[in-house]
Structure formats: structure tokens, C-alpha cells
Design a protein. Sequence first.
Length: 191
Amino acid sequence: MHKLLLFFCLLHPFISVAQDDWMTFDSEIGNFSILVPDSMTQTTKDLDLAIGKLKYQIYHYQGPDTSENWLYQVSYVDYPAGTVHSDSIEFLEMLFDENVKSSTKSVYGKLAYQTDDNYQNYPGQIFKVHFADNQAAIKTRLYMVENRFYTISVTGPRGLSLNPKVEQFLNSFNLLEIPEREGKKKKRRKS
């Protein structure tokens, strides 16, 4: 037992070093922070929908083809006031399901799983899609925070899709300010 404990104590500094290579990316406009292996690039797509013209903000880091994860991405879109809200349960189920179907279809993939999730009591979903003849995988979290729809995802080789960096990225997502239900905002506490 003591030898096992000593082994983990000796191993711990090496595990921490791997995580220390990552940096925190903050987006004041996007109201989020996340740990990433390197700098993220930001792009904007214009969406022309029935509810109006929307700006789809995308932040991503693309690793080399030989890395265990090829793409780390956070994106969001703000829906016009009164059209979508994190309390609209029936509509959100449809929105989440449509995003999962659209993501799966866009890569000609197969849905591996889909389940409910939440962030700070805001509704969400987590799902995984296998694609490219089952050689690649995308793991994604979706969250609706008030009228802002966040997508956080990691893409890489399917055989490496359980590597700890996937969860490190997905679990490191934090809002800079957490909206309160009454419309006021409070600062996120640093841990």
C-alpha cells in the first residue's frame, strides 16, 4: 500500500506539468474562459434565420494532424430577446436535438450517445459522434445560458477520444459572469 501511495506521489508532479503547458483563454465579449493547448483564433459567421440575422462567434485551436486532438472549439450565438430562453424547456429539447442531428449529419457520422447535462443550473446536453468510417470522434457540450447558446467541442481520432485532454478542455469551460434569473449579473468566483 505504501509503495502504491509513493508511486502516485512521485507521478503527481509529472501529471501537473502536462496541464501547466495549457493556457487560459478569456473572451470578455463571449463571457467565458477555457483552458487550451495554445492560442485560439476567432471567426464570425453571419446566420440569416427566420428570427433574424444572427452572429455566430467561433473560437478554435487547431492542433497538428498528428496530435491526440485535432480541434478544440467554443462557439456561441445570441438569440434575440424573447425568442429563446434557458427556461423554455420544450423548445430547448428541440433545439438540443436539432443541433445533435445537424452535427451528426454534417460529418456523415453516427451518434454514439446523447444525454442531459447542465452548467450552473442552466440546461445542456453532451453528446459524441463517430465519423470518417469510425476513425474520428467529436465530443460536444451544449448549454443555453439565458438567450446565449454555447457549443464546446473537441475533435480527434476515435482511438484517442478518451484521452484526458478532451475532458480537461470540456470541464474547464467557465462563465466570467453568471447571470442571475432576475437579470442581474454576479461575478464568477475564482477557485
